[in-house]
Design a protein around this ligand. Structure first.
Ligand code: AMP
Ligand code: GLY
Length: 423
């Protein structure tokens, strides 16, 4: 079969690698892709938001299955555009992708269906939000309602900070229309865990757990980023936590969406906080996590095409989702200066080392071919993943592999997986 993957990051590289393993697949295309994805897929120069062109391409090439990696096109209705033309596509339609597209929607959903989450209020006027803050407890969390590249969350320690936050989100429109509505939410403390899952509208099958590191610098300092590294599984995601979430979170979310007439097919990513009062949902995403995918998919044993097809056909209950009993760690190699300003266009060397080592992967995020060389082309450049029999071994392997790669202004965190030592 022929598969088209939409996206261009490390997540899509990991998806392409996983799809390429399936013996059902003859040909992979990726729009727009990157230099690493080009190893498995023919990259086509169509943007993820160019729905008409993508649909036309899928028809022309007789694509059997399209997989959407990114959130923006999902929230904007790319799945509806494909389905309208009778094309098979993996991902939630627009009505369902609102689970990620509107934080106010997702908070109201959780409240209505008693899914544990932080206490909150939604606002669509800055005046009301500012008035609410006067009697609030601090720290407090402000969230722009819509998609904001993962940057629309502000944790405010004082009333002054929170007032400035409301102004920047709702009046100065720092995150554009994403800030027309906002959520003000209780601050929670605890360990964070990411759980990705496959959903077919009624059945949900969770994947192995993972943990991300969102801040740019060691010790969780510095600015929020798209993610600087991950490990899987999370030692804090115990059997007890899993059982709680199975009872109160996972199936409850899928049933709630169905009940609302927004049947969800695709990936639900549960961002969980393990608080003293039990696990609570921090956020939902309607797609694979980045860089969680880079540690989860290399450990998946089940053929991903079978799972995608079962989600579309509503037969996920027939699939046995299996993961290896080992661990993986991903360390992101970034351009120094990310997430603010950084230079691009530097030659990357050492990539061929990964071909000689089983259980080591170099997923490209921001790279491209230029004059016969692979060069840096983004803030997050590569995700270096390694497996090990346990987390400590995987971490040592991943850090060893980061040394194989060289490029000017290479930057990484040195404490990815430090929490493993506290488990
Ligand atoms: P989100 O995009 O909702 O996942 O938020 C981004 C990050 O902000 C999360 O990964 C948490 O680290 C933090 N965060 C979000 N909501 C809360 C909250 N209610 N309490 C504490 N931290 C939060
Ligand atoms: N790693 C967090 C995300 O994909 O949103």
């Amino acid at each position: 079969m022929k598969v088209l993957i939409v996206g261009s990051g490390g997540r899509e590289h990991a998806i392409a690698w996983s799809v390429a393993k399936s013996d059902k697949v003859d040909k992979i295309y990726c729009a727009p892709g990157n230099a690493g994805i080009a190893e498995y897929a023919e990259c086509v120069n169509i943007g993820a938001m160019e729905f008409d062109k993508l649909v036309q391409f899928a028809k022309e090439k007789e694509i059997d299955l399209t997989v959407i990696g990114m959130d923006d096109p999902l929230v904007a209705g790319i799945v509806d555009a494909f389905e309208k033309e009778g094309l098979r596509v993996f991902g939630p339609n627009k009505a369902a992708a609102i689970l990620e597209g509107s934080k106010a929607f997702s908070k109201d959903l959780m409240k209505k269906y008693n899914i544990p989450t932080a206490g909150y209020e939604n606002f669509d006027s800055a005046e009301d939000a500012l008035a609410y803050l006067e009697t609030a407890k601090f720290p407090i969390v402000l969230k722009a309602d819509g998609l904001a590249l993962g940057k629309g969350v502000l944790i405010c320690n004082t009333l002054e900070e929170a007032k400035d936050g409301v102004k920047s989100i709702m009046l100065d429109k720092k995150f554009g229309t994403a800030g027309n509505t906002m959520v003000i939410e209780e601050f929670m403390t605890g360990r964070e865990v990411s759980v990705l899952s496959f959903v077919d509208g009624k059945t949900i099958k969770t994947m192995t757990s993972a943990q991300d590191h969102k801040r740019a610098k060691d010790g969780d300092e510095g600015l929020n980023t798209g993610g600087m590294g991950t490990f899987s599984p999370s030692p804090f995601y115990t059997k007890e936590v899993e059982e709680f979430c199975e009872k109160y979170v996972y199936q409850a979310t899928v049933d709630a969406m169905k009940e609302e007439g927004r049947e969800f097919k695709g990936i639900i990513f549960f961002g969980l906080m393990l608080t003293e009062d039990g696990p609570k949902v921090l956020e939902y995403n309607a797609r694979f996590g980045d860089p969680e995918t880079q540690v989860v998919l290399p450990r998946m044993k089940t053929d991903i095409i079978d799972v995608f097809e079962a989600c579309i056909d509503g037969t996920l209950d027939k699939i046995e989702l299996e993961f290896e009993d080992n661990a993986a760690v991903c360390v992101v190699l970034a351009s120094d200066g990310y997430p603010l300003s950084y230079e691009k266009g530097f030659e990357i060397t050492g990539l061929e080392e990964f071909k000689n080592h089983d259980g080591y992967y170099c997923f490209h995020a921001g790279t491209k071919w230029e004059d016969g060389k692979i060069v840096t082309n983004g803030g997050r450049v590569l995700g270096v993943t390694a497996k090990g029999t346990n987390l400590k071994e995987a971490r040592a392997n991943a850090y060893k592999a980061t040394e194989w790669i060289q490029f000017a202004n290479k930057y990484k965190r040195n404490d990815i997986g430090k929490a493993i030592d506290e488990a």
